[in-house]
Design a protein around this ligand. Sequence first.
Ligand code: SF4
Ligand code: SF4
Length: 111
Amino acid sequence: MPWGKGSPAAAGDGRAGRVAHRARSETWKKPPRRIEASECITCDTCLRNCPPEFGAIFDRGLDVIIVPELCSGCPVCVMVCPVDCIYVDEEWKETDPDMWNHIELTTEGQP
Ligand code: SF4
Ligand code: SF4
């Protein structure tokens, strides 16, 4: 199971710590979720319902994605998605640096 860049233990419990260290919380036992782009209707319902302490879903214009390092697997998004296109992602891969740079910009000033 990849934990992402940085030390999970040092990432802290908060979202800002996870963003800073680009790592999942080591206390999360569930795998993250992923959105199947070929089925998604980009309605943003999941994005609006992902709990703010996770803030794992992003609308990139052409697609809506879940950042696995920020996703606890809770799984509120699964319950609200109107087309059931959110799946468990046991084989998740690290989020690319460009996306992290975007996340860091949108996270500035948040607790
Ligand atoms: S499973 Fe929970 S934390 Fe992960 S994207 Fe869905 S609502 Fe957000
Ligand atoms: S709720 Fe479902 S269909 Fe709507 S953006 Fe999220 S994954 Fe896509």
